[in-house]
Design a protein. Structure first.
Length: 268
């Protein structure tokens, strides 16, 4: 395979990672807004759990696709145990990200939740590098690792603020604010993942010791095909819930029937 075709294939996987995490962010943000309507934090927990799980799975899938997008000369494989552990952790690691702004009613809560998400991305990416078992071994470049962490700590808090700030939520163009927040987070996350790959020195590796356990191509199918279908179905379900709620709120207000009821009372 030529270098140009390899570069093109890597770009396709990277773009797919952006789209998957953007879809996960859209779904997660939708569940957070649904949770904001709850009277208490305890009543919000089901919606917050859905929001955290969607975000965690999307971040996990993006990191897997980003790893596969690297122009490596070998097939990446992962150990069964760590791979299953990372997918399981993905369901819960992002829960603090969605809970913090609702649990703490302060101006700093939104950026702080983005900072927590940035640290989750760095930790999960290191987890996937560990699960692969690269040979001859990964030696992290501290300068690139610091640059990747700094980028994520700048972009993700800003994206969370754009997505949920009061100015955007009260604006008639709040859909644009929400789209910009999701796009900024998705592109920034994948850019940070590229820097993390450089920090790990993946280009200097010659293979993985777990190549025959869980091939990266299999995980790419899960992350790039099955998970997006699941996220799309969940987004449609959330949209239908919101549409039904609006229909009920409109149907409950029937001024014509109320006027007739008052008129009958007056004639008695």
């Amino acid at each position: 395979m030529s270098d140009s075709s390899t570069s093109e294939f890597s770009l396709l996987l990277w773009t797919l990672g952006v789209l998957v995490v953007a879809l996960a962010l859209h779904l997660s943000n939708g569940w957070v807004r649904r949770a904001q309507r709850g009277p208490t934090l305890r009543a919000q927990w089901p919606a917050l759990a859905m929001a955290g799980a969607a975000l965690g799975l999307g971040v996990n899938a993006a990191l897997v696709l980003g790893m596969q997008a690297q122009p490596l000369s070998f097939v990446v494989g992962y150990a069964w145990g760590p791979a299953l552990l990372l997918w399981g952790l993905a369901l819960v690691v992002c829960l603090p990200v969605v809970v913090l702004p609702l649990a703490v009613r302060a101006a700093w809560a939104l950026p702080a939740s983005g900072a927590v998400l940035a640290l989750v991305v760095v930790a999960m990416d290191a987890g996937w590098v560990w699960a692969a078992g690269f040979r001859p071994g990964v030696i992290w470049r501290r300068d690139m690792l610091a640059a990747a962490t700094l980028l994520l700590l700048l972009v993700l808090p800003l994206a969370r603020w754009v997505s949920f700030c009061a100015a955007g939520e009260q604006s008639p163009r709040r859909t644009v604010w929400r789209f910009v927040g999701v796009a900024l987070a998705a592109v920034g996350l994948m850019a940070g993942e590229e820097l993390l790959a450089l920090a790990a020195g993946l280009g200097a590796q010659v293979g993985t010791i777990h190549q025959r356990q869980v091939p990266g191509t299999v995980l790419s199918l899960v992350a790039g095909v099955l998970l997006p279908l699941l996220l799309a179905a969940a987004s449609l379900d959330l949209w239908l819930r919101r549409h039904q709620r609006r229909s009920r709120s409109v149907g409950d207000f029937q001024p014509g029937k109320r006027r007739k009821r008052r008129q009958r009372i007056r004639t008695l």
